[in-house]
Design a protein. Sequence first.
Length: 442
Amino acid sequence: MTRSEAAVPRCLSRLIVAEPHEVPAVLGGHVLFFLLFASYFMLRPVRETFGIAGGVENLQWLYLGTFLASLVVVPIYGTLAKRVRRRRLLPATYVFSALVMAGFSASLFADPDNVWIARAFYVWLSVFNLFVISIAWSLMADVFNADQGHRLFGQIAAGASLGGLTGPLLSGLLVEPLGHAGLLLVSTVLLLATLIAARYLIGWRERHGKPEDPQNPPEARIGGSIWAGITLILRSPYLLGISLFVILLTSVSTFLYFEQARVVEATFPDPAAQTQIFSAIDFTVQSLTIFIQIFITGRITKRLGVTALLAAVPVTMMFGFGLLAFAATFPVLAFVMIVRRVGEYALVRPGREMLFTDVDAETKYKAKNAIDTVVYRGGDAMAAWANAAIVALGTAASASILGVGIAAIWGGVGYYLGRRHDRHAADGEPARGRRPRLMRSG
């Protein structure tokens, strides 16, 4: 590397709280998440439009279908994880997802107005987005150690926000000339492009990353049964705490999502206008998030610890739900939705991923994935039906009042997990209270 080439990492390292030798890996992670989230956020406005097209009163059924689909996907993934070497798990999963996306594209080309194709796509994308994002973060937890995760995950997550900013723009520009089916094809190409960045990160880890576990190298397969992820969760109070945190997070998100669907349907009856509104909200969220992730998240973590990342947003949402209980108008709803999503992407998500930086490979790739899919979508489904029941028995304001209580409990759990992680990190111990067990390669 020449002196001028070395100056670039040194300059960036001062800007983003990274060591010079870590800058290439940060950029690699940034690119991976940029492509991944651009791929997903191109299709998110389409998914929201498809959800409303099936009737807001039927959304809880789509949530239930998404949860059931995640129950099908997890054992398939478990089988794949047992048979595919760990370093090849992400590519194999992404290629499979790309093939499914291409199939949906062909179906929409053949019958673009079929409501059942729209509902199936809604369910698939809801599972797909959590699944591929979870595996990407598992790779990050494999590449970086706990200290690096605290400093760098905010900057790496900024790639997701930049992708989330680009995706809606591409969707808005291309939906008319390409249609929904064409958007799926472009999204598929972006998804496959992430494999280049993933390969680079694996190579960087081999050269500069944390020391290899000789009993569990990247070439090893992940041990355990198909349902090992669920078993690990049930046996670990730490993982059960993370699962509860995720359930409460999804409950808050789902209550707001249903309120968004009701208000947008009433305010903007035209489907094209709905897609434009969803795209505008996505664009605003990502614009605000990216600055916080690059310049603020890492510094907050360094000074205040993971506790601040996990507790700040729930406390804010207590006030957000209180505001909605008194004025459920579109401007108020848009403000609360933007604040929640910015807080989740810039603070909560990086903080939640930091909880997995010092656990064993099976926990990173199986238990974590089960939490990010089955637990997450199970919380979605429960919250969706609870919201439907509350609205049927009372009013939408009743759901907002209940949301205040859920957000308060969410904040308490986040504070507990963050304090536990920060305490063990300061002592140099795993957050689970014991050394991660080593996994066999067979």
